[in-house]
Design a protein around this ligand. Structure first.
Ligand SMILES: Cc1cc2nc3c(=O)[nH]c(=O)nc-3n(C[C@H](O)[C@H](O)[C@H](O)COP(=O)(O)OP(=O)(O)OC[C@H]3O[C@@H](n4cnc5c(N)ncnc54)[C@H](O)[C@@H]3O)c2cc1C
Length: 346
């Protein structure tokens, strides 16, 4: 997303940008996403949810996202909803296909199946989730091209990395699923479940976004154990039972809890029989660590000086959500625009 946004903003400012896209389609993970572009309600809330991130970077998202969403509308895309459905956040929901098509049109010159070359100015390759998932034996829940090419290019030019290079935005999946099932098959009810490792040890509670617990799955896998009451709870427009059914339909391991290879620990979460167990795996959506950037999207070296003529946006830029979770689409939108403006001296 960030590359298309940067190009659209650059063209609006009178530039003649070129977008190189390694994949065979435009849109990256944005095209696969739920399309909810959101922010925390206040900077304090952002800060408490992502305590190790850079305050100055977080502030620009809180301050500028609403304006950037209006800008998207001026490009010609209407949101499908003007709220996120989550009382903790504010934002808008878009159809990801329409969003991609609008941005491709506004970006102008988008060259598919071409990696960026030596002249790259705005790095927006989506982080290194593909490499992180492969190295750690985790599932990938993202577009398949983000290997960290932007980070490698910048490192050769002296760029520094942020803290949190091991962190990722994780979602529980019932197993490997096709990319058009990434959203539907995600198992998003850790708060209602007893989350156990393969020895039956309780892995503890989860934050509302559940990215924390998914990163704690030992070896990238766990069991979600539910009682009958939990199955009736709602997760947005579906019930937990619907999500479990989606796991089963995707070929996941859903079984009566008596068939687990260990004794269930006592828990207030298991009150109403029957109990059901769902095998879940950590899916890497995107990385959280990345290139060190300043609030104008300039890539920085280890001394904190700007690497000449090099900017980064989206998941290539780290240090925004460190220690927590936030909207990757919001970061791509806000910092994609900023990168173009800084590059053009606007
Ligand atoms: C299933 C799913 C649901 C999601 N839902 C949401 C949501 O509702 N809200 C939200 O905020 N976030 C969501 N996200 C996360 C969001 O999609 C990402 O945070 C966002 O797309 C990151 O933007 P980006 O520009 O950094 O990366 P991308 O959008 O992935 O774009 C990076 C692009 O760079 C290309 N690329 C990689 N290497 C090269 C190279 N060497 N040369 C040229 N091109 C290259 C890739 O092919 C890709 O097209 C979701 C993600 C997924 C997968």
């Amino acid at each position: 997303m960030a590359g298309l946004v940067a190009a659209a903003r650059a063209r609006e400012l009178g530039g003649a940008p070129l977008v190189f896209e390694k994949g065979d389609r435009a849109g990256g993970s944005m095209l696969l996403s739920s399309g909810v572009i959101w922010r925390h309600r206040t900077l304090d809330e952002f800060r408490s949810e992502c305590p190790d991130g850079d305050l100055a970077l977080q502030a620009r998202i809180v301050d500028e996202l609403d304006y950037a969403l209006d800008w998207l509308e001026r490009l010609g895309i209407e949101p499908v909803r003007r709220e996120t459905g989550n009382p903790l956040t504010v934002g808008r929901r878009y159809d990801p296909r329409a969003l991609t098509d609008t941005l491709v049109r506004a970006a102008g010159d988008v060259r598919l199946r071409q990696r960026f070359g030596e002249t790259a100015q705005v790095l927006a390759t989506g982080g290194f989730g593909v490499r992180l998932a492969r190295n750690r034996g985790l599932l990938l829940r993202a577009a398949p091209w983000s290997e960290g090419d932007g980070l490698a290019f910048a490192a050769e030019r002296g760029a520094a990395e942020t803290a949190g290079m091991e962190q990722f935005y994780g979602r529980a999946l019932p197993g490997p699923v096709q990319e058009d099932e990434f959203v539907r098959a995600s198992q998003l009810y850790a708060g209602s479940a007893l989350v156990l490792d393969d020895e039956g040890q309780d892995l503890g509670g989860a934050a509302w976004h559940e990215s924390d617990i998914v990163q704690r799955f030992p070896g990238g896998k766990a069991w979600y154990v539910l009682d009958a009451r939990a199955l009736r709870e709602r997760v947005r427009e579906r019930t937990v039972a619907d999500l479990v059914e989606a796991a089963r339909a995707a070929g996941g391991d859903v079984r009566p809890a008596e068939q687990l290879p260990f004794e269930l620990p006592a828990s207030s979460k298991l009150a109403e029989q029957p109990f059901l167990a769902v095998r879940v795996y950590a899916g890497v959506t995107h990385t959280i660590g990345g290139l060190r950037v300043d609030r104008d999207a300039r890539v920085l070296d280890r001394a904190g000086a700007a690497v000449p003529d090099l900017y980064a946006a989206g998941a290539d830029a780290g240090g925004i959500f460190t220690g927590g979770y936030g909207s990757g689409l919001a970061a791509a939108l806000v910092y994609g625009r900023i990168a173009a403006e800084t590059a053009l001296g606007h």
